[in-house]
Design a binder for this molecule. Structure first.
Ligand code: X90
Length: 276
């Protein structure tokens, strides 16, 4: 059975080689314009333009048809979505799978709610690719990936919560306190797939140490790490070096965020997916 992986663009992974792969884009919406989170978009230009935009800005998730198109050409599909507690992307993917299976009952489709986003989705996608490559059956892959997802986590450090708060994705009172004081926040994807804010480290270096401490406390001991950064490659690389030095970790990669994660993580934001 030929397996395809489909994810939404919040994975920051618009291309993936070795297995059939596609992303469905989320969109950033302003009064004048819609930015589609695909490979054609210039993310730094979008971020510059958003600074001067007046009025509301928001996002929208892929619809059922978009998921169906991405899933439809494959015999077997694993779809990985952003947390269903902050986005409609998961519900739309489930609906797409239901409709496709009614039309083509011989297909196999498994929709995985990451309860997270960004680099934690990246870890899940990479593991899926390895399981597919190893030639496991669809059911074995599903069992193994669900077990793996219990060992993956997301921690983030953001310099602004403005877009998350304005779009109702984080408690507005908490966001206001952090935002008004211009404070960095370190938080994690909670078990329910929502934002949980943990610390307000003072200074960039302190923030990196806080990330390492939280990872260690949460069972990290040298496994794979995926870092995504919004226009902050210097901090992302410095974080990667610190993780290598402290935990002797070898498998660490750094990528820039694409549009959706850039919009919510904002300039300077770091997102870290890791294994426990
Ligand atoms: O459906 C939509 O319009 C998309 C909504 C996305 C909302 C949240 C995106 C967060 C991106 C921020 C730091 C990580 C948060 C982890 C939460 C589980 C990046």
């Amino acid at each position: 059975m030929k397996c395809k992986i489909v994810s939404d663009s919040s994975s920051n992974l618009l291309h993936f080689s070795g297995v059939p792969y596609a992303t469905v884009p989320l969109k950033i919406i302003t009064k004048e314009k819609e930015y589609v989170d695909d490979a054609a978009l210039d993310v730094s230009l979008m971020m510059r333009e958003l600074r001067t935009v007046k009025g509301r800005t928001g996002t929208s998730c892929p619809n059922v048809l978009e998921w169906k198109e991405a899933m439809g050409d494959a015999e077997a599909v694993f779809a990985v979505t952003i947390t269903g507690n902050l986005s409609g992307a998961y519900a739309a993917a489930v609906q797409a799978a239901t409709e496709l299976l009614e039309e083509y009952p011989e297909k196999r489709i498994c929709v995985l709610n990451s309860l997270s986003t960004g680099p934690e989705m990246q870890l899940i996608i990479e593991k899926l690719a390895a399981l597919i490559f190893a030639g496991l059956s669809f059911d074995e892959i599903e069992t193994q990936i669900r077990a793996y997802m219990k060992r993956t986590h997301l921690i983030f450090c953001l310099q602004s919560l403005t877009n998350l708060a304005r779009n109702g994705r984080v408690n507005p009172v908490v966001a206001k306190v952090a935002g008004v004081l211009g404070i960095r926040v370190v938080g994690v994807a909670s078990a329910e797939g929502t934002l949980e804010l943990l610390h307000k480290p003072r200074g960039g270096v302190k923030a990196l140490d806080t990330i390492l401490d939280v990872m260690a406390k949460n069972g990290y001991c040298g496994g794979a790490v995926r870092v995504a950064h919004c226009q902050n490659e210097v901090a992302a690389n410095s974080l990667a070096e610190r993780i290598k030095a402290r935990f002797g970790a070898a498998d660490i990669t750094v990528v820039p965020t694409t549009a959706l994660c850039s919009f919510y993580a904002e300039d300077g934001g770091l997102m870290v997916g890791y294994e426990s």
